[in-house]
Ligand binder design. Structure first.
Ligand SMILES: Cc1cc2nc3c(=O)[nH]c(=O)nc-3n(C[C@H](O)[C@H](O)[C@H](O)COP(=O)(O)O)c2cc1C
Length: 95
């Protein structure tokens, strides 16, 4: 957390590490691998498992765990595109 500027509770570390996570996921995909974001932060019980398993020091807060493997090919990407969820001009009109 010292590299996050001591902004643990109000800083950008979540955004920073989320962007890094996305890049890792994309890199895995580009290599023909499968990877998935599984949350640790902000769940105390999950963070505790990661901290204890990896023997992390106090200044580490695990954001997530990214299992990486070889896809079987059975599961295909889902199309979750919902154009009605895109706000183009006036957010007040969206229910
Ligand atoms: C912030 C964040 C946290 C997530 N945490 C978990 C998680 O703890 N466990 C999990 O199975 N999926 C988690 N996911 C979802 C997976 O990364 C992935 O998007 C999802 O399993 C895809 O499911 P689908 O194939 O049904 O779309 C998380 C996603 C995000 C963006």
């Amino acid at each position: 957390m010292e590299k996050a500027g001591n902004l643990k509770d109000e800083g950008y570390w979540v955004q920073d590490c989320s962007a890094a996570t996305q890049n890792i996921l994309l890199a895995a995909e580009s290599l023909g691998l499968g990877a998935v974001w599984t949350a640790a932060y902000p769940y105390d019980d999950r963070m505790k498992v990661v901290i204890e398993t990896l023997n992390l020091s106090d200044n580490h807060v695990p954001l997530n765990v990214i299992p990486i493997g070889y896809p079987t090919g059975e599961d295909q990407p889902k199309d979750k595109w919902k154009p009605e969820r895109i706000i183009w001009e006036e957010a007040g009109k969206i229910e």
